[in-house]
Every structure is written in structure tokens, then in C-alpha cells.
Design a protein around this ligand. Structure first.
Ligand code: HEM
Length: 449
């Protein structure tokens, strides 16, 4: 692959120009939220068309998304991504926005800690999740996906996302905790149940009413979290009693961390984080890739031909995945909170503002990606995705630790599907109104000839 890179066309910004960010009046919020639930990102696109590439919504007291944060700033100018992701933590807090998910991840999660504690864990796990180390997990994943796909042909409608969720959960359980095939029936049902509840729209309602006890009184989710915690704490206790046996998984690695040891609670938070952040997103990527390929027969033919060769070069399938992540980022909302007045481009952002890059808009910027609404993997065949122009994995010190693992897994899974079965749509109904958008396509499969 050549070293060409997608880069944003530079805008000239001046450190002395401090423009006010255009403001959407708060009383239009209820209407906007209803429209967003019905029409999705198009509603936000229209706001950008009206206000420019950056705008702000001030939230009335009592309705703050995060405590103390009264202003939400959204931008879609790709030039502003790098300054935001690389800003110092004294000016822009990289963790505060993630408190939305603290109930699940816990307050010691990589998502929620910063500084030396954060660096210590990242430095430990990152090398395990990239380069040659990835091959270690290839056989287990290959076996899971092959076994699953072998059941598709002639079995009637297959809900791709559900199948992919099962496969990626198995893989991340193996990588994180060394769970074996025999132990999977104990671990998978409670994990699936917890994720299903946590991803539902009820989370939004419960979170919005948290000051009235919305989250505290959610007994169903608390019970599901407790069931998963119980499995995890039992495993930690078992390992503490059998320390001499070294395992290749992340729990073992974290238990052997040099310096002050991690407590059971800290281990629980990191394990929950990796297990939850590290499987739904990858499953969703593969599902959307299948969906886009079935809608684009020419690209499907190229990717299928590549999957059925003996070569180890899957660069077209890799380009399909980058293009899928451009068209449809599985984690579409993440942001940073300003601690002081912060200059972003020519704009002065007030302290305590939640700043969100609008991923959908950045990924569909026509200057970066001509015909942005067209699925065209060819854009990434001889051009690498730019660090700050294709941002499904975020950026800066909190960029996703599982980015390489996710692409490795997704490539292997998509290759196996394309190699082993021929697919047609049974139904291509999708829903995008969940907290994390779910793709509900169903396919019919026959064994590849
Ligand atoms: C296509 C798949 C994936 C997508 C789209 C994705 C996306 C993201 C995003 C957007 C962030 C936040 C980055 C930021 O704030 O700048 C993140 C963080 C994170 N992701 Fe992923 N992720 C994926 C797969 C994975 C996998 C497989 C793992 C498992 C190891 C994982 C583990 C994490 C962790 C631990 C963090 C927190 C990193 C930190 O705060 O230092 N992710 N991911």
C-alpha cells in the first residue's frame, strides 16, 4: 500500500480571532430531539447548513448531560479534530464526557482515569493488542467464526449482527480472561443480557432522570451487572490463588503489573471496559460491511474474489472496512470537556462546554471524500486513512486501544463469511434509534460453490 494519506485542506486560523460560536436556542431542543430520534443525523446536518460548521446548544438548568456542563458544542470542520484531540488535559478534559457510562465501566476504567494511572495501564495492554501479538488470537477467532458461519446455509434468515456479536464476545472473552469453549455457556448469556439492557433506549431515559433516581432504581441492569461482576471476581480470586500459572490473557498481564498492584475493583473496571467496548463495535462493523457489500454487487465481487484466494493479502477487504467505518462509525458520539476558555480554530469555547466532533459530518466532508454518500472502498485502496480525518477510533491520549485488534478481527470475520457462503438480503430493515445504532439486516445464505 502506498503512503498517501487523507489529510484535511488547511484553513487559516488566527490565535487572536475569537469568534462567538453560533447558538441554537434551547427552546428548539425538545423538537430537535424528537426529530433526531425519527430522522437521525440528517437533522444535525441541517443545523450545520443553517449555522455553519460549528454551533452550540445551551442546555437549561436541570437538564445537563454532565454535571456542571451547560453548553454542548458540535463541529464538523475536519481541521478542528487534531487541535481538540491533542489539546492538553489542563485545558480540555478527555475523560469527563465518559462519566455517562460510569455505571457500567466503573470509575477506575481507562475511559475515566487520566494521567499516570491511565498511562500505566495503556502502556501495559497496548503491545498485546497490536502487531504480531494479534496472531495469537487468530486461531480461536477463526474457529468461532467458521463454526458459526457453517450453520448459516439453508438455516433460514440469519440476523447478522446477533451472530457477529456472539463471535466477537467469544473472542474478547478469550483475549481478556482466557475463557475456553467449554466455559463460554457460563459467561456469554449474562454478558449478552447486560449489554442488551445497557444499549437500550431506556439507558437514555434513566440517565436523563438520574437526579431523580433513574439509574439507582434500575434493578434489572443492576442485577445483570452483579451477575457479570460475580463471574469476574470469582475468576480474579481463582487467579490470586494460582499465581504461578502464567496465562496469555489480559487479566494475567494486569495482575503482573509492576509497581503498586491493581485492586480487585480496578481489575473489574478494566475488564468490564475491554469486554464491553471491545465486542459490540467490531460486530457492528462487520454487519455494516456485509450490508454495504450486498448493496454494491461490484465491490462484493472484488471482495469475494480476494477472500477466496490463498494469498494473505486482504487489502481490498481492509479498504471495505475503512470505508464502512467512514460511512458508519459504530461509536458515533464521544467528546471532550473544556476546563478553561479554549480556542478551537477561530472560536472561543467557554469553560465547561462539552465539545463533540460530529463524526458523521467529518466522515462525509466532500473535500476529503468526493461523493461522500457513495460507498467506495477504492478510496482506501492506495490511500491510508488519516489519523485525524477518519476518526471512528477517536484520537489523542484516549484513542481506542483496540483499534488494530478490531480491524484484525473484522478482516478475519468478513473474509470467512465471503469465502464460505453466498448471501442475499432476506430483509434489510435497519433501526438507528438505539443508544448504539443496531443494524437489523437479515440474510439468506447458501454454501459457496
Ligand atoms: C470497530 C471497533 C471499535 C471502535 C469503532 C471503537 C471506538 C472507540 C472510541 C471512539 C473510543 C474513544 C476514543 C476517544 O475518546 O478518543 C474507544 C476507546 C476505547 N476502546 Fe475502542 N473501539 C473499537 C474496538 C475496540 C476493541 C476491540 C477494544 C478491545 C481491546 C476496545 C477497547 C477500548 C478501550 C479500552 C478504550 C478506552 C481507551 C482510553 O480511554 O484510553 N475498542 N474506542
Amino acid at each position: 500500500m502506498s503512503t498517501r494519506l487523507h489529510t484535511a485542506t488547511k484553513q487559516s486560523y488566527s490565535a487572536t480571532t475569537q469568534l462567538a460560536v453560533p447558538t441554537v436556542k434551547w427552546w428548539s431542543l425538545p423538537r430537535l430531539l424528537v426529530d433526531y430520534a425519527r430522522y437521525g443525523d440528517d437533522v444535525v446536518d441541517k443545523l450545520f447548513d443553517r449555522y455553519g460548521d460549528i454551533f452550540r446548544v445551551d442546555v437549561p438548568i436541570g437538564f445537563e448531560i454532565l454535571d456542571g456542563v451547560r453548553s454542548v458544542v458540535l463541529f464538523r470542520d475536519p481541521n478542528l479534530v487534531k487541535p481538540l484531540f491533542t489539546a492538553s488535559a489542563e485545558v480540555v478534559d478527555p475523560t469527563l464526557a465518559n462519566h455517562v457510562l460510569e455505571l457500567l465501566y466503573g470509575d477506575r476504567s481507562l475511559f475515566l482515569v487520566d494521567g499516570p494511572d491511565h498511562q500505566r495501564i495503556r502502556k501495559l495492554v497496548l503491545p498485546r493488542l497490536r502487531g504480531n501479538e494479534l496472531q495469537k488470537w487468530g486461531d480461536g477467532l477463526d474457529s468461532s467464526v467458521r463454526t458459526d458461519v457453517a450453520t448459516w446455509a439453508g438455516a433460514g434468515p440469519v440476523h447478522v449482527q446477533e451472530r457477529m456479536l456472539d463471535v466477537t464476545l467469544e473472542s474478547i472473552l478469550q483475549i481478556t480472561l482466557g475463557i475456553t469453549e467449554e466455559q463460554m455457556p457460563i459467561w456469554k448469556p449474562p454478558m449478552h443480557a447486560m449489554l442488551r439492557t445497557a444499549m437500550s433506549n431506556e439507558y437514555i431515559v434513566r440517565y436523563a432522570t438520574r437526579r431523580l433516581g433513574g439509574l439507582k432504581t434500575w434493578t434489572k441492569l443492576h442485577a445483570e451487572i452483579a451477575a457479570c461482576e460475580s463471574l469476574i471476581y470469582t475468576e480474579i480470586a481463582r487467579r490470586r490463588n494460582a499465581r504461578e500459572v502464567e496465562q496469555p490473557d489480559l487479566l494475567d498481564l494486569m495482575m503482573r503489573l509492576e509497581g503498586p498492584p491493581l485492586s480487585d475493583r480496578e481489575l473489574r473496571d478494566q475488564l468490564f471496559t475491554i469486554l464491553l467496548a471491545g465486542h459490540e463495535t467490531t460486530a457492528s462493523t462487520v454487519t455494516w460491511a456485509v450490508d454495504y457489500l450486498l448493496q454494491n454487487p461490484q465491490q462484493l465481487a472484488i471482495a469475494t474474489a480476494e477472500a477466496r484466494t490463498d494469498s494473505d493479502d486482504y487489502s481490498y477487504i481492509e479498504a471495505v472496512l475503512h470505508e464502512t467505518l467512514r460511512m458508519h462509525a459504530p461509536a458515533p458520539v464521544f467528546g471532550r470537556v473544556t476546563r478553561t476558555t479554549y480556542q478551537l480554530g477561530n472560536y472561543a469555547i467557554a469553560p465547561n462546554s462539552l465539545v463533540l466532533p460530529f463524526i458523521h459530518g467529518i466522515h462525509r466532508d466532500a473535500t476529503l471524500y468526493p461523493d461522500p454518500n457513495v460507498f467506495r472502498p477504492e478510496r482506501f485502496v492506495d490511500t491510508k486513512p488519516g489519523t485525524f480525518t477518519l476518526i471512528p477510533f477517536g484520537g489523542g491520549t484516549h484513542r481506542c486501544v483496540g483499534d488494530r485488534l478490531a480491524l484484525f478481527q473484522a478482516k478475519l470475520m468478513l473474509r470467512t463469511i465471503l469465502r464460505d457462503v453466498e448471501l442475499t438480503f432476506h430483509s434489510n430493515k435497519k433501526t438507528t434509534t438505539n443508544l448504539l445504532p443496531t443494524n437489523n439486516i437479515q440474510v439468506l445464505a447458501r454454501r459457496a460453490s
